[in-house]
Design a protein around this ligand. Structure first.
Ligand code: ACM
Length: 530
């Protein structure tokens, strides 16, 4: 009797605990990157062709259209755009008050209405993307209600694609921009010129694309491939609709081989391994030539930033010291060595950019150059040289963190992978977890709280990437990890939790034809390049 009584008490306790469960245990918000504050509330919002996306502001029309298109594409429902006040509504609004300025947003859902507010269009866009992620993680068009207040850890959340070594074309670039937007990455760094190919039409110097655009890293006879100015404008507009700023890179004074094929009169020579690698820093006409090129580039990209490379000049500046023009420059300007010549060149080009009201962006080799911190952004890429980062920060240069370990996506993501890079004797590589867990707090002499750190970026160099399939394999799902590393506060980052949420994203990637690397079923890359 006593035993029975106890058993029934235990049974009712179990029932009680089960009933209380939804109120006590919070579900994890499925969004990637994980929002700062999120709470599931009761009910679900259902949408269909009768639902209206409500906007009363002209500045939000593009964002509303984006939401409409994505819901049609991803969920098969074409919502109305309008100013309705009745029925199922998704309202987008900019507001003056809370949350804070910048890209912050608030998303409030109830069974009748979704309200997305921010002080900025970019913030409303972020809220829209969060709603889209909630919608796509639901199997039907009934979306469990969430309340989200959110803002990014970093303003710069970037991805770089090298199209000099292999050219992928505008459709693939648009698909990448789609994925960047879906994970709130907002800077597309486009590496358009380098040794194997020049990939941007310059009207004043047509041979740059027509001659410099021939060949690729793996095939010097590959047909000419480059973006026309019309195509560039189309991609820049496509990115802008997704709140992504596009930053072109025109690499100089090194990595100039393709340009020098087209206009050899501006070559400063090269080395045995890297012939015709540099522009001639001793020739005044070369500064005019490069400034003219940058003027055309500037007219195509509203970012008011141009990346001028500045990396690895020592790979091919062997001829500078014996070049009469360079010798004359050194004597005239009192430059003691080739490094001083390199910095003189960078400063001259930075001055040209400043006159166009453009910031000068460059790799971390420029940390020791004498540039104006207000008009410069340094990209720290050499993790084995932490001093390049600490010097940049000490000089007040804003910095984007993209160390090879763990942010170069041409490195393999699994120890068994054969095609792609590994680092040093230990054969280090860039697993999903390494990408996710990056913290600058671990870098010698640096603090995570430095206001000069603009953000982080993943870079995809394409020496070993010839096809779209392999591009996807190297990029995904690591793109999701870099997105969360760039957005979510350090204290909230949790790899197992991220990995759980990621499992729900993988079918979405597959649906869109993206051949990501599946950590659950280890496999070699499609179409490997040694
Ligand atoms: C670089 O990887 N050369 C910036």
């Amino acid at each position: 009797m006593k035993l029975n009584y106890n058993l029934s008490r235990i049974a009712s306790l179990v029932v009680l605990i089960t009933l209380l469960q939804p109120a006590t245990a919070q579900n994890t918000c499925p969004i990637i990157p994980l929002p700062v504050e999120s709470k599931q509330v009761s009910g679900a919002f259902t949408f269909d062709g009768q639902t209206t996306i409500v906007v009363n502001e002209k500045s939000l029309q593009g964002v509303a259209k984006y939401l409409q298109e994505e819901l049609a594409k991803r969920k098969g429902a074409t919502l109305k755009l309008g100013t309705a006040t009745k029925g199922q509504l998704i309202k987008l609004q900019t507001v003056i008050a809370k949350p804070r300025p910048g890209e912050d947003y608030s998303l409030k859902m109830s069974p009748r209405q979704v309200l997305i507010t921010s002080q900025t269009v970019a913030g409303v866009f972020n809220g829209v993307v969060s709603f889209l992620q909630l919608a796509t993680s639901s199997p039907d068009n009934s979306v469990p209600c969430w309340q989200v207040v959110d803002w990014p850890r970093y303003a710069w959340r970037g991805f770089m694609l090298d199209e000099s070594r292999h050219f992928f074309g505008k459709e693939k670039v648009k698909r990448l921009l789609d994925q960047m937007a879906f994970y709130k990455l907002n800077r597309f760094h486009w590496h358009l010129t380098d040794e194997p190919g020049w990939r941007i039409e310059i009207k004043q110097y047509p041979r740059l694309a027509q001659v410099g655009g021939k060949g690729s890293y793996t095939d010097t006879t590959a047909p000419v491939k480059y973006y026309t100015q019309e195509e560039i404008k189309e991609i820049v507009a496509y990115a802008a609709k997704r709140q992504i700023v596009v930053i072109p890179e025109i690499d100089m004074p090194g990595h100039a081989t393709a340009a020098n094929k087209a206009y050899p009169e501006h070559s400063g020579g090269g080395s045995d391994k890297h012939p015709e690698f540099t522009f001639n820093p001793g020739k005044e006409a070369t500064y005019q030539y490069l400034t003219n090129i940058l003027k055309e580039v500037n007219a195509l990209f509203p970012s008011q930033m141009i990346h001028i490379g500045g990396d690895e000049v020592s790979f091919g500046n062997d001829k500078w010291l014996s070049n009469a023009d360079v010798k004359a420059l050194m004597a005239r300007e009192g430059l003691m060595d080739v490094k001083a010549v390199e910095f003189y060149f960078i400063k001259r080009m930075a001055d040209s950019l400043a006159k166009m009201n453009n910031k000068c962006l460059a790799w971390d080799e420029v940390a020791q150059a004498d540039l104006n911190p207000k008009q410069t952004i340094v990209f720290w890429w050499r993790q084995e040289h932490p001093r390049q980062l600490s010097t940049s920060l000490a000089k007040g240069y804003p910095v984007v963190l993209c160390p090879r370990l763990p942010f170069y996506f041409d490195f393999v993501q699994d120890s068994t992978h054969k095609s792609g890079r590994k680092w040093g004797n230990k054969k280090q590589y860039n697993s999903l977890e390494e990408v996710y867990n990056f913290s600058v707090a671990g870098v010698e002499g640096c603090s995570d709280t430095s206001r000069s750190i603009l953000g982080i970026q993943a870079n995809l160099w394409t020496e070993t990437i010839r096809t779209e399939q392999r591009l996807d394999f190297m990029t995904f799902p690591r793109l999701c990890a870099v997105a969360e590393a760039a957005w979510t506060p350090a204290a909230q980052k949790d790899f197992p939790n991220f990995n759980q949420r990621l499992q729900k994203q993988l079918p979405l990637l597959k649906q869109q034809g993206i051949q990501y690397y599946d950590y659950g079923q280890p496999q070699q890359s499609p179409e490997p390049v040694r």
